[in-house]
Design a protein around this ligand. Structure first.
Ligand code: NAP
Ligand code: F7E
Length: 375
């Protein structure tokens, strides 16, 4: 494999060099944008897959596509879709990547109950399509393949904390689809000796998180309420527990997983868990609106601003429409293997730092929509 050519600041080198080539599916998503930044800084040529849409659909990549962005000329977008096998073969034939990061998926758990078949195609069969496209283009012995697997596989958990040996018990069409992808990766590793691995990633968030995942929904609402643009935040299960990390830290681990001699699966988590309720408390407090809970836990419970300008205002209510047909109550990952074998630091960003970064970014974006491009 050619060596990576990067200077310490990630700038282009003068002499022509053979650069490593990576392909990212899901590059337009939260993780894809951070991973593209990381790989460009490491000297890669980065190809990303984008879907056809009727309107502009890659705001998270806007800054990278700007010619002023360092190494922007090494970033290329291509139309393709995980459910279109031919398009995957074409992109592999044309770009010949040495590393593939398969981040593309219909990734919303609750939405997967409304779009079960589409989710199966994109998040499950899409993985098989990509693996078969690798074989069809003769790349199976040269390419390293990363699959975005998920802590949702543990679902109704059989052990606390969850590690690489914990049995799976998926609780949604999304998790069922991801289970298929997980085993496709393991199967192709065993059957064809491919370098293919699963990152079993626990929830990871950032200012670039999709707006209907609970953390971003909270931080965006906190900012809008603070600025008088929204009255109240409606949530579902306040007592669900998640192991929340920062997406920027987690993409480093994806890269590390493809730099090993042999392909293995890894749990990526912080090793700490907390409730949706606690996340909301921290977010409102960060914006200077500490809340107290009133009423019995359940549909009638409310979050009320405890002090300050908005004291007494009800800013959180529970709405049953956000409850799921089957819930994952508690996720807590054990990142020991990643820490030991990959040298990865699961505690690089604390939960409090994550909350603060997200709230501060949303406050800025609520005041100035153009501020989005900075995040
Ligand atoms: P995200 O923001 O929802 O991004 C998903 C990406 O997949 C988007 O680029 C989306 O394109 C693309 N996509 C959807 N359907 C596709 C299809 N049929 N063909 C090609 N691309 C398609 O997700 P994320 O948070 O960055 O997560 C990245 C991956 O990690 C996903 O596979 C997710 O399931 C998995 N994961 C995420 C977490 C987490 O906490 N974030 C944890 C564990 C695993 P559009 O922009 O066009 O919609
Ligand atoms: O929900 C509860 C909800 O949608 C977290 C995806 O990236 O991580 C993510 O899946 C918890 C759940 O993420 C609302 O019931 C309460 O218990 O932010 P979420 P998720 O379902 O954990 C995994 C690892 C992935 O792989 C997925 O791709 O929060 N919750 N009230 C709510 N959730 C949402 N979305 N909205 C609410 O109003």
């Amino acid at each position: 494999m050619p060596s990576v050519a990067s200077s310490p600041n990630g700038a282009s080198e003068a002499a022509p060099v053979e650069r490593r080539v990576a392909l990212i599916t899901g590059v337009t998503g939260q993780d894809g944008s951070y991973l593209a930044e990381l790989l460009l800084a490491k000297g890669y040529v980065v190809h990303g897959l984008k879907r056809r849409a009727s309107s502009y659909n890659h705001p998270r990549l806007e800054h990278i596509l700007d010619q002023k962005y360092p190494n922007s000329e090494r970033f290329h977008l291509h139309y393709a879709d995980l459910i279109d096998f031919g398009s995957l073969c074409a992109i592999l034939r044309d770009t010949k990547p040495q590393e593939i990061y398969n981040l593309g998926a219909q990734s919303h758990v609750q939405v997967s109950f409304q779009l079960p078949q589409y989710t199966a195609e994109a998040s499950g069969v899409g993985v098989m399509n990509m693996l078969e496209a690798i074989r069809a283009t003769g790349l199976e012995q040269t390419v390293k393949f990363y699959q975005a697997s998920t802590s949702e596989l543990y679902g109704k958990v059989h052990a606390i904390p969850q590690d690489e040996e914990t049995p799976f018990h998926p609780r949604s069409p999304y998790a069922v689809a991801k289970l298929y992808g997980f085993w496709a990766v393991k199967n192709y590793r065993e059957a064809y000796d491919m370098y293919a691995c699963n990152g079993i990633l626990f929830n990871h968030e950032s200012p670039r998180r999709g707006e209907i995942f609970v953390t971003r929904k909270i931080t965006k609402a906190v900012a809008a309420i603070k600025l008088g643009k929204q009255e109240c935040l409606y949530l579902g299960n306040l007592d669900a527990k998640r192991d929340w990390g920062h997406a920027r830290d987690y993409v480093e681990c994806m890269w590390l997983m493809l730099q090993q001699d042999t392909a293995e699966d890894f749990v990526i988590a912080t090793g700490e868990t907390t409730t949706v309720r606690d996340f909301a408390e921290r977010a409102f407090a960060r914006a200077g609106m500490p809340i107290r809970w009133e009423g019995k836990p359940g549909l009638t419970e409310t979050g009320v601003v405890a002090e300050g300008e908005l004291a007494g205002k009800t800013v959180v209510r529970v709405n049953a429409k956000y409850f799921r047909p089957a819930e994952v109550e508690l996720l807590l990952g054990d990142p020991s293997k990643a820490r030991t074998k990959l040298g990865w630091n699961p505690q690089k960003t604390s939960l409090q730092q994550l909350v603060e970064e997200m709230v501060d970014a949303d406050l800025e974006m609520a005041a100035d929509p153009n501020a989005y491009l900075k995040y």
